[in-house]
Design a protein around this ligand. Sequence first.
Ligand SMILES: Cc1cc2nc3c(=O)[nH]c(=O)nc-3n(C[C@H](O)[C@H](O)[C@H](O)COP(=O)(O)OP(=O)(O)OC[C@H]3O[C@@H](n4cnc5c(N)ncnc54)[C@H](O)[C@@H]3O)c2cc1C
Length: 369
Amino acid sequence: MDARPQHDRGFGIGLAREILRVSGSGLARDIGGRNGGPARARRGAPNGQRCCGRPSVIRQAPVALRGRLSVHEPMARHVTWRAGGAAARAYFPADLQDLAAFLGRLRADEPLLFVGLGSNLLVRDGGFDGTVVFTHGALSVLRLEDDGLIYAEAGVASPKVARFAANHGLGGAEFLAGIPGTVGGALAMNAGCHGGETWGIVAGVLTLDRFGRLRERAPADFGIGYRHCGLRDATDERFAAAWLRLSPRDGEAARRCIKDLLERRIATQPLQLPNAGSVFRNPPGDHAARLIEAAGLKGLWVGGAQVSEKHANFIVNPGATASAADIEALIARVQATVRERFGMELVREVRIVGEAAGAAVPCPEGERS
Ligand SMILES: Cc1cc2nc3c(=O)[nH]c(=O)nc-3n(C[C@H](O)[C@H](O)[C@H](O)COP(=O)(O)OP(=O)(O)OC[C@H]3O[C@@H](n4cnc5c(N)ncnc54)[C@H](O)[C@@H]3O)c2cc1C
C-alpha cells in the first residue's frame, strides 16, 4: 500500500514513513476493526450514524488518503495572532472520512494537535514537534436534520452556524456570530459570549479517536465549565462534529440580534489588528479587562506585542512583528502586575503549545515548504 497522500507534493516518502504506519497491514484493521460491531444504519450523519444514542464505533472501509501533508508549516499563517513557530508536520484533510483514514495510519506516539481557525492559539517560536491537523475547509458539512437539529462538522466557522440557524428560523446560536473560530474550537473551549455558551446548545457530538474511529457522545460524557471542556473518561478524542438543538425564532429577529452583536464588537474590540480575543478568563464576579486597565497596563509593549488600547483583555500584534515569546512575556507581565496590585490570579484563556525558540523543531534539508 502506498502511504503517500494523493496530493502529496514537495516531500518524499520518508516523511510519510516517519509518521504513518506504512506496513501493508491495511486500514480495515486500524479503523473500526478493533472494537468490532457492525455500524448501525442510522439517519442523518456520515456513514449513517446519528447523535445522542449510545456511543458507537463506526466501521469504515479502507480508503486512499486524499488530503495534503506538509512539513515545517508556519503556524503564524494559521493563527489570528499572526505570530509563532512552525508545525513539524501538518495534514490538510480532504474531508471527515479522509481525516479518519489519516488518523488510522498515524503513529500512535505522534504528538497531535487539531487546529480550527487558530483564534485562540499560539505556537511557541521553536515550533510544535508533531502533526497539526487543520479542520477548517475540510470538515465543512452543515445541514438541518429532519428532526430539527443542526449538524455542523468541526471545521465549519461558528459565525456561519449562527447565520445558517437564523436563516432557518432558529434562535439560540446568535452568540456564535461573534466568535471567529470553528465549531471544533468552540466545543473544545466551550466558547461563549453575550449570555450564550456553546455546550448550552449541544445535543450530541461526534468524536474521532487516535485511530480514526468515530464515536457518538452525549454532553453528559464531558465535564463542562467556563471556557473548558474535557472528556470524563481519559480517552484521547477530538471533535469531528456536533448536533445543535435550537428553538424556533423569527429569522429577521435573529439576524437583527446578530447585527447588533457584531456592531457592539466592532465598537469595543481591536478587530483590525492581529489578536486572539480575550487573553484571560474573567475572574468570578469581575472582569479581567477592568483589572488590567486599573493596573495601568493598557498600551504596554513587549517587543512587537501590545496590551490593546481599545480592550485591555486583548493583546495585539500591530505590525505583525511580535514573536510568540513577546506575547508570552507580555502575558506574564500582566499576570505579575495584576497579582502584585490586586492579589488576583489571572488565568489564561488562550492555549499555548510547542517549544521555546532555543529548542527549534528541526527542519530536514529539502523539506522546507
Ligand atoms: C476577535 C476575537 C474575539 C473572540 N471572542 C470570543 C468570545 O466572545 N468568546 C469566546 O469564548 N472566545 C472568543 N474568542 C476566542 C476564539 O475565537 C474561540 O475560543 C474559538 O472557539 C476558537 O476556535 P478555533 O477554531 O479558532 O480554535 P483554535 O484556536 O484553532 O484552537 C483552540 C483550541 O481548541 C482545540 N481544537 C480546535 N479544534 C478542535 C477539534 N476539532 N477537536 C478538539 N480540539 C480542537 C485546539 O487544539 C486548541 O487547543 C475570540 C477570538 C478573537 C480573535
